[in-house]
Design a protein around this ligand. Sequence first.
Ligand SMILES: NC(=O)c1ccc[n+]([C@@H]2O[C@H](COP(=O)([O-])OP(=O)(O)OC[C@H]3O[C@@H](n4cnc5c(N)ncnc54)[C@H](O)[C@@H]3O)[C@@H](O)[C@H]2O)c1
Ligand SMILES: O=c1ccn([C@@H]2O[C@H](COP(=O)(O)OP(=O)(O)O[C@H]3O[C@H](CO)[C@@H](O)[C@H](O)[C@H]3O)[C@@H](O)[C@H]2O)c(=O)[nH]1
Length: 480
Amino acid sequence: MVKICCLGAGYVGGPTMAIIALKCPAIEVVVVDISSARIAAWNSDQLPIYEPGLDEVVKSCRGKNLFFSSDVEKHVLEADIIFVSVNTPTKTRGLGAGKAADLTYWESAARMIADVSRSDKIVVEKSTVPVKTAEAIEKILTHNTKGINFQILSNPEFLAEGTAIQDLLNPDRVLIGGRETPEGQKAVEALKAVYANWVPEDRIIATNLWSAELSKLAANAVLAQRISSVNAMSALCEATGADVTEVAYAVGKDSRIGPKFLNASVGFGGSCFQKDILNLIYICECNGLVEVANYWKGVIKINDYQKSRFVNRVVSSMFNTVSGKKIAVLGFAFKKDTGDTRETPAIDVCKGLLGDKANISIYDPQVTEDQIQRDLSMNKFDWDHPPHLQPMSPSAIKQVSVVWDAYEATKDAHGVCILTEWDEFKTLDYQKIHDNMQKPAFIFDGRNIVDVEKLRKIGFIVYSIGKPLDSWVKDLPAAA
Ligand SMILES: NC(=O)c1ccc[n+]([C@@H]2O[C@H](COP(=O)([O-])OP(=O)(O)OC[C@H]3O[C@@H](n4cnc5c(N)ncnc54)[C@H](O)[C@@H]3O)[C@@H](O)[C@H]2O)c1
Ligand SMILES: O=c1ccn([C@@H]2O[C@H](COP(=O)(O)OP(=O)(O)O[C@H]3O[C@H](CO)[C@@H](O)[C@H](O)[C@H]3O)[C@@H](O)[C@H]2O)c(=O)[nH]1
């Protein structure tokens, strides 16, 4: 029986291995982690991450050919194929701070694999890493072993949170990069054979190692660039009276462009886009490609601009101050159908409003109070470390309350900010919300999910990203 071990039981390691176990009953899959709390949660009824469809898959395989364990070394020793799906955060200190990927966790995983192994192994890069990481990992492995053959493969993951199970079951492509030697190609074939259990052959693409590593960064950079392009356009729409939804629809109808990833928003978030673009920028700079680095910096600059533009709209519309006012925040996760808050635009928006002394009442169906308090107090990039190595929760910010109901959050509020596109926010009883708010009652829709006309009829003053402005908002223009 082929044995797979995955280091890292996070958003990638957990769901990816669960699907391999589901689709490959003849393979034993063990997911290990240095956080024993995470492993305990994977073995419980309350999985550590929320992902539609994940519970069912885990329940059907756990204890059969899918296992979660803290005994890292035992399972590495026994495995034929080792996936490494550990954190690769942005460095916060030293050379490349604020941009370069911090490979501490990857390096320690590689050293441990070298120490523990007694037989040949295929080591698969699942984490997103800088191009040429495989070369460094190869050096660590080969300089520390006793004649054992390690083949390194790059197999970047393209799943998106909220749709991870569907993305894994039906991937657009699976990318496998390996050395162009006979041993390298044999390892590529072995990994191909795993995916071939459910992925059509023409969607499994073999490339060289460096193309696979760079393709992951490139794909995220291009996706984020589409969002920044439409978000940049949203500012122009507000200035001219065009409607960004109509513009995006018209643009996306061009078959060369396509309709996906053209939704204007309060900004993109998530653990990947900003981190991976910063990483790309650093690699460009290291290669002397300043113009290329500056090009990609623009994508992040527009994203930051979009978040601060939103805060400015809120404050300027509400008589240029939110001091002492209650602002309801609906949605804190970085997108719907996940409880993940890493780099969510809600953090920057809330911090902006707190800077203007607002009192904030937050409701998100999947995010806990503890998580929100930690997010609002943590330093940039501290969130992307193993759970038990993150800073302890500091004292709570008292201007922030977290409630478990949208009506409670909006009661007596002066304004409402919609920051995540949860489906339930589309069908709220907005008449009831209006009745219970201070007047004039404002709604700032950062996800373009509400029916603007309907809400204006109820009596709300509505701001919706990139849509023709309410005359009230137009008369109080926000400085960018
Ligand atoms: N989240 C996504 O949607 C996504 C998608 C594609 C790629 N990625 C990439 O995959 C990687 C993992 O991301 P994630 O979101 O799953 O992170 P995560 O923080 O959810 O999980 C990483 C896990 O690795 C564990 N870990 C760290 N060092 C370890 C070690 N030496 N041995 C065993 N376990 C160790 C941590 O405790 C943590 O539980 C990152 O490189 C990320 O950029 C993420
Ligand atoms: O038209 C759009 C699409 C997305 N977003 C926002 O962009 C962010 C990222 O969304 P999405 O890409 O759907 O989620 P992620 O889980 O971050 O997935 C991205 O990052 C992963 C980690 O690298 C990759 O594997 C995926 O392919 C890539 O889509 C979220 O804040 C979304 O709200 C928009 O604002 N407008």
